[in-house]
Design a protein around this ligand. Structure first.
Ligand code: 0O2
Length: 204
């Protein structure tokens, strides 16, 4: 995979460590935002946060799929989601509120965003994806590290988690009526979000 194995493995591990630090910084930022917002507004806009660093074999597969050689340089340049954070919020308004509070911070650079809530994917997938870059201060230098932040509601997360399981189960042999049924369940999840949002606003 990586050519000179020992040296390249060490170099890759070092880079993945930097991604881990970036994730830790962002997790701290999100925890502070949630806790302080809750104190001021008596509502925590974050239900829970998870994170993952992509595994080397998945990194290699994605680089190959995009037609690139596998190296630390191509990974840094062409992959936005080596480090990923998933923020699950109670309500749709919280998704946009948290995204706004995070990207307004001076040291968080928003590179681009994909709003799959405003424009869901054809299969029904909804979430707000942000690619951000943050500085990580190391012993001898500063690295600017890209992280993919996925924000979604509990209903969106429920749907995406189950869709992921079903997709992997059926893989290439997807039943004919599968896509339509999947999209219909996504619509129900979206309706649930909209109704919960109304209740939330009425109570506030
Ligand atoms: P994993 O295991 O979650 O890491 P790009 O990254 O830009 O090359 P793409 O497809 O344009 O590729 O990125 P996009 O659309 O922003 O989606 C990337 C991630 O969003 C996926 O990562 C999933 O986590 C999630 N995602 C996107 N579409 C779907 C979907 O239809 N269903 C579900 N369940 N999740 C989705 P990975 O690397 O595919 O997977």
């Amino acid at each position: 995979m990586f050519v000179d194995e020992d040296r390249d493995h060490r170099e890759l591990s070092r880079h993945l460590l930097v991604y881990k630090f970036a994730v830790e910084e962002l997790m701290t930022k999100l925890r502070i935002l949630g806790e302080e917002f809750d104190f001021v507004h008596e509502h925590d806009p974050i239900e829970h946060v998870t994170s993952r660093i992509k595994r080397p074999d998945a990194i290699a597969r994605k680089l190959h799929r995009k037609g690139h050689e596998v190296s630390v340089e191509t990974m840094t340049e062409h992959l936005d989601d080596v480090a990923g954070i998933r923020v699950v919020c109670p309500f749709v308004s919280d998704v946009y509120q948290v995204a706004d509070m995070l990207t307004k911070q001076n040291d968080v650079e928003l590179l681009h965003s994909k709003d799959y809530i405003a424009s869901p994917k054809p299969n029904g997938y909804r979430s707000l994806h942000l690619i951000v870059r943050i500085p990580v201060f190391l012993s001898d230098r500063v690295e600017h590290v890209k992280v993919e932040v996925q924000l979604r509601t509990i209903a969106m997360d429920f749907w995406a988690t189950l869709e992921h399981k079903l997709f992997y189960k059926y893989d290439t042999d997807v039943p004919a009526d599968f896509a339509g049924e999947l999209a219909a369940t996504a619509t129900i999840a979206a309706q649930l979000d909209a109704r919960m949002q109304v209740l939330h606003q009425r109570l506030r």
